[in-house]
Design a protein around this ligand. Structure first.
Ligand SMILES: [Zn+2]
Length: 295
């Protein structure tokens, strides 16, 4: 059993993922989808036996340390419910995960996660370590990968804007890992978890009004489950000034819904207190299974 309200290193998260895929091997698969610039593996858990799959990612920004472990807690809860044919709210987890799957990528950016938790000395490559230190940002506030690139600005969407002279659309290993996943998997939608704000962003400026109507309906339903606010059109337009998000790329590539969900209250400071883990878990635990139910 995963106990919340403690700090987890990347190795501990990875260990929990291996344990879950062992314990529930009839319907859970642990796959490596990529490798970071400082040579850490990016693992994914596929839960369920059906297709298409819902894709859920977290930990794209290093300092947002609450979502990776809650995502594993959600996996644990769904696995147990599947095995014992239990319902979560009104959802039959057994039926839904026979019909669909959910792919969870809890730590898209393991290098950034480790920096934020434990400081720059975790970076093995001395050149990268030096590059990180030269950015003059405290390790607790580190959002980037080990090359100092914000992965959530690096996707080759229509709204991509170059942030660093040494990056280009899709230049980062972590970005490429998700791009391959988006291209190769038969998927039905995508949710990217971030922190902070308790808000659900669904509106995609580059997509049709029909697309946005559908996403709005889905977001309204998730709002009921989580009691988070809905992001406004204006906020999406503002975020387009710094485009290149994974949700932009996914929606343009597949035409399927792509939501950003921000956990944790807006005025929380980094490092996020462990007390937020339980609260955020309760708020979002029904979201992935709820999306399958809605499909
Ligand atoms: Zn974020």
């Amino acid at each position: 059993m995963i106990t919340l309200e403690k700090c987890f290193t990347y190795d501990e998260l990875f260990g929990l993922m291996k344990d879950l895929s062992e314990e529930y091997k009839e319907f859970v698969l642990c796959r490596i989808i990529g490798q970071t610039h400082d040579d850490r593996l990016i693992p994914m858990l596929r839960v369920g036996v059906g297709t298409p799959a819902l894709l859920c990612s977290a930990g794209m920004h290093g300092r947002e340390n609450v979502n990776p472990i809650i995502m594993l807690k959600i996996v644990e809860e769904y696995c147990s419910a599947y095995r014992h044919k239990e319902f979560i709210q009104q959802c039959s987890v057994y039926d839904l995960l026979n019909q669909f799957s959910i792919c969870f990528i809890p730590v898209v950016n393991p290098d950034g996660y480790e920096i934020a938790q434990r400081g720059f000395d975790v970076i093995h490559n001395p050149i990268l370590r030096q590059m990180c230190k030269m950015k003059n940002i405290t390790h607790e506030n580190w959002k980037y990968n080990a090359r100092g690139v914000d992965i959530n600005r690096n996707f080759p969407s229509k709204t991509y804007i170059q942030q660093q002279f040494y990056e280009y659309p899709g230049s980062e290993n972590e970005t490429q890992a998700l791009m391959r996943l988006f291209q190769d998997y038969d998927s039905m939608g995508y949710v990217d978890f971030h922190s902070r704000g308790k808000i659900i962003y669904y509106y995609r400026q580059c997509m049709s009004s029909l697309y946005n109507q559908r996403s709005h309906r889905l977001a309204k339903y998730l709002q009921k489950l989580s009691r988070y606010n809905l992001g406004t059109k204006d906020e999406e337009l503002m975020s387009n000034m710094s485009g290149g998000h994974s949700v932009h790329y996914y929606s343009e590539l597949t035409g399927k819904p792509a939501l950003t969900i921000e956990t944790v209250e807006d005025d929380a400071t980094f490092p996020l207190d462990e007390k937020y883990q339980k609260e955020a878990y309760e708020e979002i635990r029904t979201i992935p299974i709820g999306i399958l139910e809605m499909a």
